[in-house]
Design a protein around this ligand. Structure first.
Ligand code: SAM
Ligand code: SF4
Length: 455
């Protein structure tokens, strides 16, 4: 049995944290603003902040950190579900084996490419491939063939993969096929709850799942994404569990997570639950996002369309750096809707162009950048840049260039007007005048028809 997650330590930290005074909370907030992260006992104390004035200070600190590390950029992507067939029976999920109401489908490689092209036609450049776990149908070769075909036939420049745990040799195949980030959620870090929620199938093995990240690293995949499914168990436990997991692999492999996702449990057609066991309210959800931002400032935070439109907009300032848009959660969904094939109910139904308008209205700059992994700025190398906040010198220009491309190829008149204004402002924010000049030159090249320019 792996011992990454020490439940007694978590409960002990939580117990002690309850007595934390306002003065100490403020000291922790001040430390977080140095952008060097927080330890578990500090995080535990922030998790108990309830007083309104302190909560405001906490959210403000997260905004400050987000701005310092990430600037005004928001990276966009779309999920592509290749299959909803699954041999597991995760009680919370619409794809679970016992859901007889679900229309099951595994896309062929041709159908997957057609979905990728439909996503590309929205204006996306980055895809997250997702599927259920069915060894006969969604094995690694299914993913690899899909990736190779998409890279070959569509202008998709980064494919991330969210799939069940694999053996090292299978992760190597994903690596060879050009995976961006490998994403896997532990769902819950509490063994007992995990056992209850995953009664049968390969996913019933907590240890096989929590060691997936290790095997991905061993296979050479050094951009990994983690997450806890919020709503299964006490969120305070989950946040500490996730950070403990992060500490353990960071210690062994020298690299932290590239991203943390914050999936919040949503009702699903044919799920095996009567209600959400530990519902996380909006206030606590905001606090969780802010605390992740403070605890691991250099890690991207991903927010999906599980959340409502106006709430997503609010979360952008607090710490979220990547969002999905125009998403479908059923295989084949970009070509044809089928709400009897969805994994869960999407809350934010805005199209990508609408989302881009909102991002601009809020003073942020959308980014379709996929440069880092193509320039080998992954894993440790990426962390070096990010921790030194040097990532700014690449990211801001790349956001400008990729958004300009998007405006030229897909922008409506309204979006173009808003977007060009934001691009102009973002250019003036590039402090290094040489880089600003180079960005301006590349912008002209894009206007003259060149594509895929980046630093
Ligand atoms: N089947 C693979 C697995 O379980 O690792 C791939 C990912 S699964 C299709 C995507 C993720 O969706 C799960 O890891 C889980 O956290 C989340 N999920 C499942 N049911 C959900 C629900 N009802 N509401 C919100 N998120 C859900
Ligand atoms: Fe299958 Fe993943 Fe859904 Fe579990 S969460 S039922 S493994 S698709």
């Amino acid at each position: 049995m792996v011992d990454f997650i020490k439940e007694d330590v978590i409960y002990d930290l939580l117990q002690k944290a309850q007595k934390c005074e306002a003065g100490e909370v403020r000291e922790i907030i001040a430390k977080a603003m140095e952008c060097k992260g927080l330890d578990l006992s500090e995080v535990a104390k922030l998790l108990y902040v309830e007083r309104e004035d302190l909560l405001e200070e906490l959210l403000d600190a997260a905004k400050f950190i987000k701005n310092k590390v990430y600037g005004k950029r928001v990276v966009l992507f779309a999920p592509l579900y290749t299959s909803n067939e699954c041999t597991n029976n995760c009680l919370y999920c619409g794809f679970r084996r016992d859901n007889k109401e679900l229309h099951r489908k595994t896309l062929s490689t041709r159908e997957i490419v057609s979905e990728a092209k439909a996503i590309e036609a929205q204006g996306h450049k980055r895809i997250l491939l997702i599927c259920g776990e069915d060894p006969g149908k969604t094995h690694v070769d299914h993913m690899v063939e899909a990736m190779e075909a998409i890279y070959k036939s569509a202008d998709i420049r980064r494919i991330n993969v969210e799939a069940a745990p694999m053996k090292v040799e299978d992760y190597k195949k994903l690596k060879d096929a050009g995976i961006g980030t490998y994403v896997i959620f532990q769902e819950t870090y509490n063994r007992e709850v995990y056992k209850k929620m995953h009664p049968v199938g390969l996913k019933a093995d907590f240890d096989w799942r929590i060691t997936a990240i290790d095997r991905a690293f061993e296979a050479g995949i050094d951009d990994v994404g983690v997450g806890a499914l919020l709503g299964l168990y006490d969120y305070r436990f989950e946040v500490l569990g996730l950070l403990m997991h992060v500490q353990s692999f960071e210690k062994r492999f020298g690299v932290g997570p590239h991203t943390i996702s914050v999936p919040r449990l949503r009702p699903a057609l044919g799920w095996g639950l009567n209600e959400i066991p530990n519902e996380v309210n909006d206030q606590d959800f905001k606090k969780i996002v802010a605390i992740y931002r403070m605890a691991i400032p250099y890690t991207g935070i991903i927010l999906s369309t599980r959340e409502r439109a106006e709430f997503r907009d609010e979360l952008l300032s607090i710490g979220v750096s990547q969002i999905s848009a125009g998403s479908k959660t059923n295989p084949g969904g970009y070509k044809e809707d089928d709400d009897k094939a969805d994994q869960f109910e999407v809350s934010d139904h805005r199209s990508l162009p609408k989302m881009l308008e909102t991002i601009c209205d809020k003073g942020y700059i959308p980014s379709f950048c996929t440069a880092c992994y193509r320039r080998c700025r992954t894993g440790e190398a990426f962390m070096e840049y990010a921790k030194g906040a040097e990532i700014h010198s690449f990211c801001q220009p790349n956001a400008i260039l990729t958004f300009k491309e998007n405006l030229m190829d897909f922008g409506t008149e309204v979006l173009k007007e808003k977007g060009n204004g934001i691009i102009h402002k973002a250019l003036t924010e590039i402090e290094d005048l040489k880089i600003r000049e180079m960005t301006e030159e590349k912008l002209k090249e894009i206007e003259n028809g060149k594509r895929d320019l980046y630093f």
